[in-house]
Design a binder for this molecule. Structure first.
Ligand SMILES: [Zn+2]
Length: 554
C-alpha cells in the first residue's frame, strides 16, 4: 500500500509535472506561431463596422502593416500632391520583381488598380486595401502569375476634408466622405490629357509610362439612374483605341467577368450607362463620353486594356465595398486566364504602329447605338409635387422609386464613332517655342526629337479659319475649338524644331494631343495659346516618310 502510495505519490507529481511541461511547451510553441503570423491589418471600414472610410494616414498605416508582414511588398511614391501628401504605389508580385525592368523581364502581365480618383467615391479605396491583404495571405499564389500595382488613394487631398455634406444621395458611409476634386479644385478624371495636376503628371509619368500596365482598373461610385446592377463597368470608349483591344474587352474579358460575378457572387453587373428618361426606359441606355480626358478612354490610346468600375451608390457602403472587392478578384482571375492572349493583342497593336499601319484616326465623335438588349430597370413612377425627387440623371421632373427591378428591352447606346477623321502623318513638327505642349507630351512618355540642323521639308500647314473659345469655364479653362484646312507647301525649319515621329507606340495619343481639330488635344486645352497670333497653327505634318537628322530630347 505504502509502496503503492509512494509509487503512486511519486507517479502523480511526475504525471502532473509532465503534463504541465507539455502544456507550457505547447503554449510557447503556439505563441511562437502566433508571433510569426501577426494579425492581418483591418481597414478603417472594417474596424468602424462600415461607418467610416479610411483617411490618408489610415491607408499609409495599413500599407506599412502589410509591408511588415511581407517585406517583398514594395512601395513607391508616384506623385506628391499640392498639399504635400506622397501618393503610394504598392507593388505586389513574385520575389525579384522590384521595378519596371524586372517586371518586364518576368514576362508577367502588370495589372494596375487605382482607387479614390473621386474622393467621395470611397469603396474602391477600401476594397483595394482588402485585396492587398489577400495578396499577402489567402491569395499569395496570384503573385506567381501577375504583377499587381495598387494606388489605393489617388486623390489623397480630396479624401481628407471628410464631411457628411458630401454626396448626400450616396448610401453611406455614415460618417461622411471626401470631395471629388483635388486641392486645386480640379477633377483628376478630366486631367488625363492636359496634365495640370501633380497627381496626374505622376500617374502618367511614373505609373502608366514607366510600368506600362497591360490593364488599368479605375474604381468609382455612380449616383446616376436607378437600375438593377450593383456595379457597372466600361471599357475604353474612344474608337481611336486599337480595334483588337476594344473587341477583346467587349467580346471576351468583360463578358467573362460579368458571368463570374453572377455565378460566384449572385450579383448583376453590366456596362455603365444611364436611362435617358427614368420613367421611359425604352428610350434607351446611354454611356457617357469618348474623350480621353477620362482615364478609361485615355488608356486605350496607349494600346492597353482598361476597366472603369462604378459601384452603385444607392446600395449601402458595405455592399459597395463587397461588390467592388469581388469585382477586383474576378478581374484578376480573368486577366490571369487570358494573360497571353491579352499580351499578344497589346503587342500587336504596338507593332502595327511601328510598321506604319495607322492611316486615319478620328478627331470628333458621336455616340451610337451598340445593340438592342434587355437592361435591368428600377420601375419609377411620376410623383406629385412635395413627394419624390428629380430624375437622378436628367435632374428633371419628380419621380418616386418602387424598388421593383424589371428587365426592359431597349437600345444600348454604348459606343462612339468618328464624325470627322484626319490623316496620321509620318511625323509632326512643333514650334521650338511650344514649351508647355512639349512638357506635356514628354510627361505622357511620347518621344520628342529636335532637328539638329536647318531642314527644308514638304509639309502640311493647318490654316486656321475660326478660333472659338467656350463661354463656360471648365476645369479652369475655356476650351478652344479651331476650324481650318491642311495645305501643302515646302518650308524651312530651324535647328531645334521639335519632331514627333508617328511610328512610336504612343502615336495614337500623340495624334490626339497634336491635331488642331482634336476634341481633347493640347490646342483645346490652351497649351498652344501663346503661339496662336498667326493664322498658321504651330504644328506641321510631314506626310511622307523622309530622312530627317534629329536627336532625342529629354
Ligand atoms: Zn467617379
Amino acid at each position: 500500500m505504502q509502496s503503492t502510495i509512494v509509487t503512486s505519490c511519486h507517479r502523480e507529481p511526475l504525471g502532473r509535472g509532465f503534463l504541465a511541461l507539455l502544456g507550457m511547451t505547447l503554449l510557447l510553441f503556439y505563441r511562437e506561431v502566433l508571433m510569426a503570423q501577426p494579425q492581418l491589418p483591418q481597414t478603417m471600414a472594417e474596424t468602424s463596422h462600415y461607418l467610416s472610410t479610411s483617411r490618408y494616414d489610415d491607408v499609409m498605416a495599413f500599407v506599412a502593416a502589410i509591408q511588415r508582414l511581407d517585406p517583398d511588398v514594395r512601395v513607391e511614391t508616384f506623385a506628391t500632391t499640392s498639399e504635400g501628401r506622397a501618393l503610394p504605389l504598392v507593388i505586389v508580385g513574385p520575389p525579384g520583381v522590384v521595378d519596371p525592368a524586372s517586371a518586364r523581364a518576368s514576362g508577367l502581365p502588370v495589372v494596375f488598380i487605382m482607387a479614390n480618383i473621386h474622393a467621395g467615391e470611397v469603396e474602391g479605396k477600401e476594397a483595394a486595401q482588402m485585396l492587398l491583404r489577400d495578396l499577402v495571405s489567402s491569395h499569395r499564389k496570384l503573385r506567381e502569375e501577375l504583377v499587381i500595382l495598387i494606388a489605393p488613394i489617388y486623390n489623397a487631398d480630396g479624401n481628407e476634408p471628410i464631411s457628411t455634406e458630401h454626396r448626400k444621395t450616396q448610401h453611406g458611409p455614415e460618417h461622411g466622405v471626401g470631395v471629388r476634386e483635388n486641392a486645386q479644385g480640379l477633377d483628376l478624371n478630366r486631367d488625363y490629357m492636359k496634365l495640370a495636376t501633380p497627381e496626374a503628371q505622376g500617374l502618367i509619368h511614373n505609373v502608366l509610362a514607366r510600368w506600362d500596365p497591360l490593364i488599368t482598373v479605375d474604381l468609382h461610385t455612380t449616383n446616376g439612374s436607378y437600375h438593377g446592377y450593383q456595379l457597372t463597368y466600361s471599357p475604353t470608349l474612344n474608337p481611336n483605341a486599337p480595334a483588337e483591344v476594344i473587341d477583346f474587352e467587349r467580346a471576351t474579358l468583360l463578358p467573362e467577368i460579368r458571368a463570374a460575378m453572377k455565378k460566384k457572387h449572385g450579383k448583376e453587373t453590366y456596362y455603365y450607362g444611364n436611362f435617358v428618361d427614368q420613367l421611359s426606359p425604352e428610350k434607351g441606355w446611354y454611356t457617357f463620353d469618348s474623350r480621353p480626358r477620362f482615364g478609361n478612354n485615355y488608356a486605350g490610346l496607349r494600346n492597353r486594356f482598361v476597366i472603369l468600375s462604378e459601384a452603385y451608390s444607392y446600395i449601402d457602403f458595405r455592399a459597395r465595398v463587397d461588390v467592388t472587392y469581388e469585382f477586383l478578384h474576378e478581374i484578376l482571375a480573368a486577366v490571369k486566364s487570358n494573360a497571353r492572349k491579352m499580351q499578344k493583342v497589346a503587342a500587336k497593336a504596338d507593332e502595327q504602329i511601328r510598321r506604319g499601319k495607322l492611316r486615319k484616326l478620328g478627331v470628333r465623335f458621336e455616340i451610337k447605338p451598340w445593340k438592342d438588349t434587355e437592361i435591368l430597370w428600377e420601375r419609377c413612377v411620376h410623383a406629385d409635387s412635395g413627394h419624390g425627387s428629380p430624375d437622378p440623371w436628367t435632374e428633371k421632373g419628380l419621380i418616386q422609386r418602387t424598388g421593383e427591378i424589371v428587365p426592359v428591352k431597349m437600345t444600348d447606346y454604348g459606343i462612339f464613332v468618328p464624325t470627322e477623321r484626319s490623316d496620321v502623318p509620318f511625323a509632326y513638327l512643333i514650334d521650338p517655342a511650344a514649351h508647355e505642349a512639349i512638357r506635356t507630351l514628354q510627361t505622357h512618355g511620347i518621344i520628342i526629337e529636335t532637328l539638329t540642323a536647318e531642314t527644308k521639308l514638304d509639309v502640311e500647314q493647318f490654316v486656321i479659319g475660326e478660333a472659338t473659345r467656350a463661354e463656360q469655364e471648365f476645369q479652369k479653362h475655356h476650351e478652344l475649338t479651331l476650324t481650318g484646312k491642311w495645305k501643302s507647301r515646302s518650308e524651312t525649319f530651324p535647328a531645334g524644331t521639335y519632331l514627333v515621329r508617328m511610328n512610336q507606340p504612343l502615336a495614337r495619343l500623340a495624334f490626339y494631343l497634336l491635331e488642331p481639330r482634336s476634341d481633347d488635344g493640347l490646342f483645346a486645352w490652351g497649351q498652344f495659346d501663346t503661339l496662336l497670333d498667326s493664322k498658321i497653327a504651330p504644328v506641321r505634318r510631314v506626310q511622307e516618310a523622309v530622312a530627317v537628322d534629329a536627336t532625342v530630347t529629354r
